[in-house]
Design a protein. Structure first.
Length: 251
């Protein structure tokens, strides 16, 4: 890797800002009564309007432009005519591909009034992601990231999904390293300045175990408990990190 990673960071930031912008558009319209297909359409059109491509579309046969994972769906839910109702929680996961580079992000949305448990789960999941991002710098162990997430959510009685993880990203959608959301401090590969990867903890109210539905994509909690996820694409610098998928919405 060339020491000067300015170009890779700048191009990832462009793709990441488009992905974040798509979620900002979703935030404007999401409410009880809309379908997950409508969310998919908004994401596709926003990304397309910004002369980018929705990377999930046809990726390994995935049929839609984004993932919509409601309630006990952990990840990779497929948009459909499913109508969102009051009390639902949903993760929307988008990846924009622009000029050869990917920006990958996901966000939780609350539909109408949600339960106190759901509120706590969503808050803990977001906090765990941000706490993990805040320790990132050249020389940090991957295990430190996982440990930070795991200790934060388990202290609140939640569990970390172990079947899915963050990943390296850039000109390739998914690549090394695998970024586990559980682990021990001081273990695992040391990250280095110039690396780009996602941190995307999936946290369950109940047990951490998941199962895959017959569609080959949708992962759900085995015990049907609620699950939440947030995701940012970040770059590692000598002294810290840069987030490439921050919302720019004033709302």
């Amino acid at each position: 890797m060339i020491n000067d990673y300015t170009e890779s960071f700048e191009k990832t930031k462009i793709a990441g800002s488009i992905a974040a912008g798509a979620l900002d558009e979703v935030n404007k319209i999401i409410k009880p009564g809309i379908s997950t297909d409508q969310i998919d359409k908004i994401c596709y059109e926003y990304i397309n309007d910004h002369k980018a491509y929705s990377a999930p579309l046809y990726y390994r046969g995935f049929p839609k432009s984004c993932c919509t994972s409601t309630n006990h769906v952990v990840c990779h839910g497929i948009p459909s005519d499913k109508i969102l109702k009051d009390g639902d929680i949903i993760n929307v996961d988008v990846t924009a591909f622009k000029e050869g580079w990917h920006g990958d992000t996901s966000r939780m949305f609350k539909i109408g009034e949600v339960s106190i448990k759901a509120e706590k789960l969503i808050s803990a999941t977001y906090e765990s992601m941000m706490k993990a991002i805040e320790i990132v710098k050249d020389g940090t162990h991957l295990g430190d990231i996982g440990s930070t997430i795991q200790s934060h959510v388990e202290a609140q009685g939640f569990s970390v999904v172990q079947d899915f993880c963050g990943h390296g990203i850039g000109q390739t959608f998914h690549k090394e390293p695998n970024v586990l959301h559980y682990g021990k401090k001081g273990t695992g590969e040391k990250i280095t300045a110039g690396m780009i990867f996602t941190i995307e903890p999936m946290i369950n109210i109940g047990n951490y175990e998941t199962k895959l539905l017959k569609d080959g994509w949708t992962a759900v909690t085995k015990d049907k408990s609620l699950s939440a996820q947030f995701e940012h694409t970040i770059g590692v610098t000598k002294d810290g990190y840069e987030i490439f998928t921050q919302s720019t919405s004033k709302n």
